[in-house]
Design a protein. Structure first.
Length: 203
């Protein structure tokens, strides 16, 4: 059996709570509105992440490229000259130059869907005609031919494509100056440099 305690006779009931002030009502509605906005922003970000591929120059893409190079233990210093080759709802393809510790490397990269996840694939492009490692490779070629070279300079790009770069340079050797033409291309997964023409004259 439940007992009910009655207030003593003659006691006054507690006064009713005062109605909320205008500022309290405004504060409550502002908190509700802020919660709705935050929720909508979260939903929009979720929808974008799962329905829209990142653009070539977006921070999402840059962060992903930095992570890819980091996993390969390559110093990723920055990215520039970003260009969009094509863009559809299913694939975005791009080109850019990446700074990898004192040298710049051209890359081709793309973003595409794999299920509900956006994936990024990167393929290194061919070295530029005037890239430091191009000069080092030419020095090694001449060294292998037992040709002494003082300096290689004035690198010029004749033509460039995804398949090969055609370049020229000036070679300063003891007693002569030469203009060389050389190709940069990829064969069996490795970058090759081939000197195709040498025009020399005495100093």
């Amino acid at each position: 059996m439940t007992e009910t305690t009655q207030p003593p006779a003659g006691a006054t009931p507690p006064p009713p709570a005062p109605p909320p002030s205008m500022w309290q009502r405004v504060g409550r509605w502002a908190a509700i509105a802020a919660g709705i906005v935050i929720g909508l922003v979260g939903i929009i970000r979720l929808v974008v992440n799962y329905t829209v591929l990142p653009s070539c120059d977006s921070s999402r893409m840059t962060d992903t490229l930095r992570s890819i190079y980091g996993k390969q233990k390559v110093a990723f210093k920055g990215i520039s000259d970003i260009k969009t080759v094509s863009s559809t709802s299913s694939e975005v393809t791009c080109t850019a130059l990446v700074d990898i510790g004192g040298d710049q490397e051209s890359i081709n990269y793309r973003s595409y869907w794999e299920g509900w996840t956006a994936q990024v694939a990167v393929r290194a492009g061919l070295p530029r005609c005037d890239a430091p490692r191009t000069g080092e490779t030419l020095h090694n070629i001449f060294k292998g031919r037992k040709v002494t070279v003082n300096r290689i300079s004035d690198f010029q790009t004749v033509t460039t494509s995804e398949a090969e770069n055609v370049c020229t340079a000036q070679v300063d050797a003891p007693g002569e100056l030469a203009t060389i033409t050389f190709l940069i291309f990829r064969k069996e997964g490795s970058t090759q440099v081939l000197i195709t023409d040498v025009k020399s004259q005495p100093k």
